[in-house]
Every structure is written in structure tokens, then in C-alpha cells.
Design a protein around this ligand. Structure first.
Ligand code: ZDP
Length: 279
């Protein structure tokens, strides 16, 4: 069956968007998603995202398959792309009210801004070890600056869930981190029963962080929205940064705020359409 798709990216974190509004079941299997994401034999992407009918009181639902076929709960850059895709499908101009999107991590509300950026209410960060999940602390304790041995070195890690698991390490020089070898070791470390996304962060100033990411199920990517949110939360928890900061990723900059008022995390960044096609 031919499937129409639109390729989007958020800071180079790229996705195949599929209009799946007429069925609750994704029209592509995880196995087919792996093929479509292949950069040599397929379309090429970090994941496949489905725009599904809404559930309960939401406008739409989002599901994602990573490029390895696994299914994450949430995807920050992806939900910005989904908002742009839905606006295109609906023929809406930007600057609309926020969509309410059902995800496996709860309801998210991306809002299209007049300048083309998308601002997303990413909800509350979850900080308890049992929620992340990680075995680095008792299930009802937070994991802040806890030692973790990886590749013969002890790293001080802070763990945050934005619906999906993140393990954050602050380093002096993020460019010097051998991400390719380290990332996969963190991802599959036995301390993370659901595996983990892994971020290395350099604090340039209290309102500017530099980040490199190894994503669970996708490897090195140019950006990770949930990861940038988790990194800012970790920076606040460890006293390293303010509640509002820019996070620079290889693909560009996201603005992240952990609101003092409602304790929710807000992410603002771009979502760009690249091309449409049929496979
Ligand atoms: O948690 C995971 O398995 C991630 N690979 C999901 C994708 C996260 C993403 N990079 C983001 O921007 O949050 C899309």
C-alpha cells in the first residue's frame, strides 16, 4: 500500500510524519518504520510520527516509532513537528490556539506562534527514581549527582523523566566527550531498566547550556527536545542554571523554561517542513 508522508525536522532531529487521522492503528509497523528511517535504503529519519484521532478530551493523539522500531512515550522535537503538520493538514495559518495532544506521557499542548516557532507545554518533570525508571536510588528518592560507573570512569549523573527517561551529566567540555562509545553504554546500563536517553551538558552561563545527546533507540541526533527540557531541570536541581535558559544543540537552540508558577516545563523551538512524498 502506498503511504503518503511529509518529512519534517526540528533542529535537524528529523521525522517522517504520517496522516493517520482516519484510524486508531498506525498504518506502518515498527519493522517498516526501521526501513523507512534508514538513511541509505529508505527515506531517512530519526523516527516515524503518526497523527492519530484524539482520545478522551484531546484533539489528536501522537505515537512515535524510533529508528530502531522501539516506541518512546514522548518526543519533544517531534511534537513541534506534529503541530506544524496538523496545521498544514487543516489548512490553518499559524498563531492558533494550542492543540491538545494525547501521548503515552500524558496530554501535551503545542502552540503555533506567529513567528513560526512552536511553544509546547511539556508538563511536569518526574524526578523519583521509580518514575524514571532507574535503580540508582530507592524508588521514592531523586537521583541528583549520583555516581555511575561507565567505561571505567565515575560520572555524577542526574536523572529526569519528561515522560521518557533521561540521564544527564555535566561536563567541562562537551565537545571532548566520546559520545559514540559512551552513549550506547549509558543507554544499556543495567541501572536503567527501560534504557535511557543520555545528555552531556556544558554550562556556558546560568542561562546558556550546550548539550550533546545520545538518544535511546536512535543514537546520536542533532537535537532532542525532551532531553533539553530534562537538562534544564537537572541544571536547576544541581544549582547550575536558572529556570529560563537557552539550550544549544548541534542542530540549533531551544528556549526552555521550568516555570516557578506551575512547575511545568515549556519548550520553544522551530518545526520545518522539508518535503512530501509517497512510498
Ligand atoms: O525516549 C526515546 O526513546 C527518544 N529517542 C524519543 C525521541 C525524543 C526526541 N528526540 C525528542 O525531541 O524529545 C524526539
Amino acid at each position: 500500500m502506498a503511504i503518503e508522508f511529509t518529512k519534517y525536522h526540528g533542529l535537524g532531529n528529523d521525522f517522517i510524519l504520517i496522516d493517520n487521522r482516519s484510524s486508531k492503528v498506525p498504518v506502518v509497523t515498527p519493522e517498516r518504520a526501521i526501513e523507512l528511517c534508514d538513511r541509505h535504503f529508505g527515506i531517512g529519519a530519526d523516527g516515524v510520527i503518526f497523527a492519530l484521532p484524539g482520545e478522551k478530551d484531546t484533539d489528536y493523539a501522537m505515537r512515535i516509532f524510533n529508528s530502531d522500531g522501539s516506541e518512546p512515550e514522548m518526543c519533544g522535537n517531534g511534537i513541534r513537528c506534529l503541530a506544524g503538520f496538523l496545521a498544514d493538514l487543516e489548512g490553518m495559518s499559524r498563531n492558533q490556539d494550542a492543540y491538545r495532544i494525547h501521548t503515552l506521557a500524558g496530554v501535551m499542548t503545542p502552540q503555533l506562534l506567529p513567528d513560526g516557532q512552536v511553544k509546547v507545554d511539556m508538563g511536569l518533570p518526574r524526578l523519583l527514581a521509580g518514575e524514571i525508571p532507574t535503580t540508582l536510588a530507592a524508588s521514592d528518592s531523586k537521583v541528583i549527582n549520583q555516581p555511575l560507573d561507565v567505561e571505567g570512569k565515575t560520572w555524577d549523573v542526574t536523572c529526569v523523566s519528561m515522560g521518557n527517561p533521561h540521564c544527564i551529566t555535566f561536563v567541562e567540555d562537551v565537545a571532548a566527550i566520546p559520545l559514540e562509545t559512551l552513549g550506547t553504554k549509558f543507554e544499556h546500563h543495567p541501572a536503567f531498566p527501560q534504557r535511557t536517553n543520555t545528555e552531556f551538558i556544558e554550562v556556558v552561563s546560568r542561562d546558556y547550556l550546550k548539550m550533546r545527546v545520545w538518544e535511546r533507540g536512535a543514537g546520536i541526533t542533532l537535537a532532542c527536545g525532551t532531553g533539553a527540557c530534562a537538562a534544564l531541570v537537572a541544571g536547576v536541581l544541581t544549582g547550575k542554571c536558572d529556570r529560563l535558559a537557552s539550550v544549544e544543540l548541534p542542530g540549533g537552540v531551544l528556549e526552555i523554561e521550568w516555570s516557578e508558577v506551575d512547575q511545568r516545563v515549556y519548550m520553544t523551538g522551530p518545526a520545518e517542513r522539508v518535503f512530501t512524498g509517497k512510498v
